[in-house]
Design a protein around this ligand. Structure first.
Ligand code: PHE
Length: 340
């Protein structure tokens, strides 16, 4: 009788804990605990041998019923837990095909690079080839050979970063003129894009900015060729309606020299924030190559003439896109860059 009661109690507590088992691992532990070879039910069944013979059948029967009940409870719980696991996995792996895709963000060329390419393309179509020179330049190429000796007042207008005595960060792309002429005989027609450096910083000046140099040398090149080239470029790059004006200027390496303005492309000459109300925007410096420069290059200055020009790429990019401060170009703010 005693055993029968024990078995009933065991069944009740076993089924209760099985029904509460929260995962499959726990459930397996319970199976071992109750039905395993050393499990509680087995233990009780082993004790059967000590019972009087007449009690054995009924206790054995109860034991089997309890065993079956526990086994069933285990099966049931197992099925429930497995279904839950399946469900959770399905939930995790569910793909909602109606969700919008994740767009990949693609980069693009910086506005300065875009404008540079455009300028070079126009000049390339006019027959100019692309040349380059180093950013770290000797004073010889940056100044002396361009007819700007050490005591020349024009050096003051280029607030120069010195790397060490005799070596500077180039203040303009004009040294490329000399480097090209040293290597090649006329006719020469090159454009040279690159970074230049000056100790300068405000809304329209950055200590590093970009220029494109142009140089054309041949027999019989005149100021009219210079004007025609600039005009053609301006009409192609900006528009046919864009006006140009030449103002006399001074550069040590050109004679005569001029600065060229274009009618402000933003306000069409009416005066606006970008042209600071003048209706004009400074485009470039230019002139006829100074004979002294030809002498440095080893060119026969009786035979050859040429023109040169240099303009700020940042300036024309600002004109083109109505950008009010040059610093935007170099701050790498995506909100700005993504607009181009
Ligand atoms: N190098 C001059 C500057 O940076 C521009 C220039 C180039 C002027 C070529 C004349 C000829 O201001």
């Amino acid at each position: 009788m005693q055993l029968q009661i024990e078995l009933e109690i065991l069944r009740a507590s076993a089924v209760a804990s099985i029904e509460q088992a929260s995962d499959l691992k726990l459930l397996e532990e319970l199976r071992v605990q109750f039905l395993g070879r050393k499990g509680q039910v087995t233990e009780i069944l082993r004790g059967l041998t000590q019972l009087p013979a007449e009690e054995r059948p009924s206790v054995g029967q109860t034991a089997n019923v309890v065993k079956t009940a526990i086994a069933e409870a285990l099966e049931l719980r197992k099925a429930t837990l497995e279904a839950a696991v399946d469900h959770a996995q399905a939930e995790r792996e569910q793909v909602d095909l109606s969700l919008p895709g994740r767009r990949r963000r693609k980069g693009h060329m910086h506005v300065i690079s875009q404008v540079t390419e455009e300028v070079l393309q126009i000049m390339f179509e006019l027959g100019f080839q692309i040349a380059t020179g180093p950013d770290i330049e000797t004073e010889y190429y940056n100044f002396d050979s361009l007819n700007t000796p050490a005591d020349h007042p024009a050096r003051d207008s280029h607030d120069t970063f010195f790397v060490k005595p005799g070596v500077v960060l180039r203040t303009h792309t004009s040294p490329v003129q000399m480097r090209v002429m040293e290597r090649a005989k006329p006719p020469v027609a090159i454009v040279a894009p690159g970074r230049v450096y000056r100790v300068d910083l405000d809304a329209s000046h950055s200590p590093m900015f970009n220029q494109i140099e142009g140089l054309l040398v041949d027999e019989g090149v005149s100021f009219a060729d210079l004007k025609g080239t600039i005009m053609l470029f301006v009409h192609r790059f900006f528009s046919k309606e864009t006006q140009i004006r030449f103002r006399p200027h001074f550069f040590p390496f050109t004679e005569p020299s001029a600065e060229v303005d274009i009618s402000c492309t933003i306000c069409k000459g009416q005066g606006c924030r970008v042209c600071k109300g003048s209706g004009w925007s400074e485009l470039l410096g230019c002139g006829m190559v100074h004979p002294e420069v030809f002498r440095y290059a080893g060119y026969d200055y009786e035979k050859y003439t040429g023109f040169a020009f240099g303009f700020g790429i940042d300036r024309i990019a600002m004109q083109r896109h109505a950008i009010s401060s040059i610093s935007y170009l170099f701050e790498n703010d995506l909100r700005f860059l993504e607009q181009f």
